[in-house]
Design a protein around this ligand. Sequence first.
Ligand SMILES: *Cc1c(COP(=O)(O)O)cnc(C)c1O
Length: 417
Amino acid sequence: MIRKTRLFTPGPTPLLPAAQFAMAAADIHHRTAEFRALYTKVLSDLKTFVGTKNDVILLASSGTGAMEAAVSNLTSPGDRVLVLTAGKFGERWVSLAKAFGCDVDVVSAPYGQTFDLEEVRKALRIETRAVFMQATETSTGVRHCVQGVADVLKQSGKDAALVVDAITGLGTTHIDMDGWGVDVLIGGSQKAVMIPPGLSYLAVSNRAWELMEISLNPRYYFDLRKERKSAAKGESAYTPAVALIAALGAALDYIAAQADGDLAAGRAKLVENAETCAAMTRAAVEALELKLFAPEAPSAAATAVLPPAGMDSGVFVKELKNRFAAVITNGQGEMKGQIFRIAHLGFFDYMDTIALVGALEQVAYALKLPGFAFGKALVAAQNVFASRAADEAARNHCSCGRPVGHYALTSASLPAR
Ligand SMILES: *Cc1c(COP(=O)(O)O)cnc(C)c1O
């Protein structure tokens, strides 16, 4: 059989064809009225996509560039910060904060789990300048409770700013930045917005803008205040990634078109889409008698799966690639060989998910997994799809069990802190 290459990776993710066409046609200079119109529209649509009234800043960098910008713009050497970590991307916050001279407190959870909010409360100090976390930890497939951490911060009466890496959280989990009081929310282009790597973005609260005025860390290319000034005139401080910005515009149009032109509602649909693909995949994996790596707080961005005892997870990665040209990912760093990960964020649909489950059955059959029979995983995924369609209300829960509702469908949101 021929094999069509399909990415099931949590970044880069499959590309939206309309965005690819927009890139190919983006032959414009960045100091023109034409570009200013495009940039202004994309920045405004990004605000709607993020779900905030705050300014959104776009950078020509991968997601880590925006993480670095958050650290360098908000902190000074010697500042006390708190990092909540349960995986590779949480550890990146620790390294970044140390690189910029911060004194780092850490609350951690074992890989595959989320941290305890009570520990977060205890670790907060009067002098804690900022708290850094992920909305979803892509390396382990875990969803953290952003709202829970935001509440702990509010109740503490302390002054720390909350910085959330939502690079795989945006478009896969509901986040109410303004209502919850998140100060910086970070996204990246190669994730749920279906375009190639190379752009990152940050939504920044008024409080965070104020903090930037007193922070003493050096910044030049990633000076967010400079970008904000340029953005107000429809430009970027330096040469922008024009083609990627055109692609982002097309992708946001596509997301809006999923809900008759209402981008906020389209974003909610994108989240539901990822949730459904993830729930189908989890049910299929369990029907194959494989164990989920993050059963208690699974993210909809990616599902992490343990191979059978004694088997290297790379076997699944290789078999899916060699036989079906389906690209999934192994574990990151020292988790290589221990888990495999299947992504659901962005341009994945029912058909992709069912096809991957079918291919997983073929792999399980070839590997002679105990208890295997054709159809079990597919039936489980089909049942999830059918029941989710019938049961909308039960869905939108944070990993900690809080109902998050359909805030995205209304404009009601609380004032920022
Ligand atoms: C992809 C990703 C990043 C950013 O990685 P880059 O390679 O710099 O784009 C950061 N955090 C999370 C949770 C991610 O999934």
